[in-house]
Design a protein around this ligand. Structure first.
Ligand code: NAP
Length: 318
């Protein structure tokens, strides 16, 4: 486990650009010290403004923060990895990242930063028939370029997101610098027990994204109203018995099973609510009842959304 990394971080996906700098300042004031960013979230420059503000105001020092960012799919070719990392560092106004992750095990054709940034999934959204264009870049080449970032001092640690166990075994066979982190979707409807255990066997820490389950996906039309975990019986029962909110129970469950959690919210009162999951412990029976909700329900699946949104069938988990 990465003991230097706060077990709860602040997720930055889908925070609108105009709100991001203020959200970062509010989050630091609430007590967050770990931020989960990505080039693809289209708000790194605004995140950087917020970070510069809190550091300039003396609220926090750079070395007290943990900043994670992610390499986007169009920058997998080894000659583009450093360029992508330096763009992120410039936007975030930082001279190093605590952790840099490969965002998806999906390589897409390069799009120059001057042409469009962030490049997103479609190669050219203005084309008559826009397409997603996979690029023939093996993941081991991308990893070697990630290792070079560590050697140059641009990032302290490197890791991956959205890898399955087969990709982890493969990565461990060639990594000179071992992955420090696996970031994956995990919540009680997608408990990922084998994958988490596989990472642990290799000494790789795990961060759970979308720790509140369906909540993030309603606005994208990727979850049905009935799929909310906030009203699931074992979550409600535990919330009532500990005098906590369902969100706090979900975050507590995630941390108690050994993963870090990175909830996102745009609301200052929820920032505080989500941070306050420490002063109670779920019993073994409560943990088991919540884990038994598992139905292998993945909300964030390129094998589904890439086809629905970009007309490209690109499964990676099946
Ligand atoms: P999440 O944090 O589980 O859920 C966010 C949603 O829950 C938002 O709609 C938020 O609404 C709501 N919410 C937050 N706190 C709440 C509370 N206390 N009570 C009720 N509702 C609450 O989902 P996520 O944003 O998908 O995941 C978290 C972070 O993980 C992301 O921001 C991103 O940094 C990272 N992530 C990484 C990947 C990857 O591929 N590596 C993929 C997805 C996400 P309001 O904002 O209105 O409060």
């Amino acid at each position: 486990m990465l003991t230097e990394m706060p077990r709860i971080g602040f997720g930055l996906w889908k925070i609108p650009q105009e709100d991001t700098a203020a959200s970062v300042v509010d989050a630091v004031r609430a007590g967050y010290r770990h931020f989960d960013s990505a080039a693809d979230y289209a708000n790194e420059a605004e995140t950087g403004r917020g970070l510069a503000n809190v550091i300039a105001e003396g609220l926090v020092k750079r070395e007290e923060l943990w900043i994670t960012s992610k390499l986007w799919n169009t920058f997998h070719a080894p000659e583009h990895v450093e360029e992508a990392c330096r763009k992120t560092l410039g936007d975030l106004r930082l001279d190093y990242l605590d952790l840099y992750l490969i965002h998806f095990p999906i390589a897409l054709e390069y799009v120059p930063i001057e042409a469009r940034y962030p490049p997103e999934w479609l190669h050219d959204p203005d084309a008559a028939e826009p397409v997603m264009k996979p690029a023939p870049v093996p993941l081991h080449q991308t990893w070697a370029a990630m290792e070079a970032l560590v050697e140059q001092g641009l990032v302290k640690r490197i890791g991956v997101c959205n890898y399955n166990s087969a990709l982890i075994h493969d990565l461990m066979s060639y990594a000179r610098i071992k992955p420090a982190m696996l970031q994956i979707e995990a919540h009680p409807y997608l408990t990922q027990e084998k994958l988490i255990r596989c990472a642990r066997v290799y000494g790789i820490d795990v961060t759970a994204f979308s720790p509140l389950g369906a909540q993030s996906y309603f606005e994208l039309g990727m979850a049905d109203a009935g799929e909310s975990l906030l009203g699931a019986a074992p979550v409600l029962v535990a919330a009532q018995s500990h005098g906590r909110t369902p969100a706090q129970v979900l975050l507590r469950w995630g941390v108690q099973r050994g993963t870090a959690v990175i909830p996102k919210t745009s609301k200052p009162e929820r920032m505080r609510e989500n941070l306050d999951f420490d002063g109670f412990e779920l019993s073994a029976a409560e943990m088991a009842a919540i884990s038994a909700l598992n139905q292998n329900r993945r909300f964030n699946d390129p094998g589904v959304f890439a086809e629905a949104a970009f007309g490209a069938f690109h499964p990676i988990y099946d």
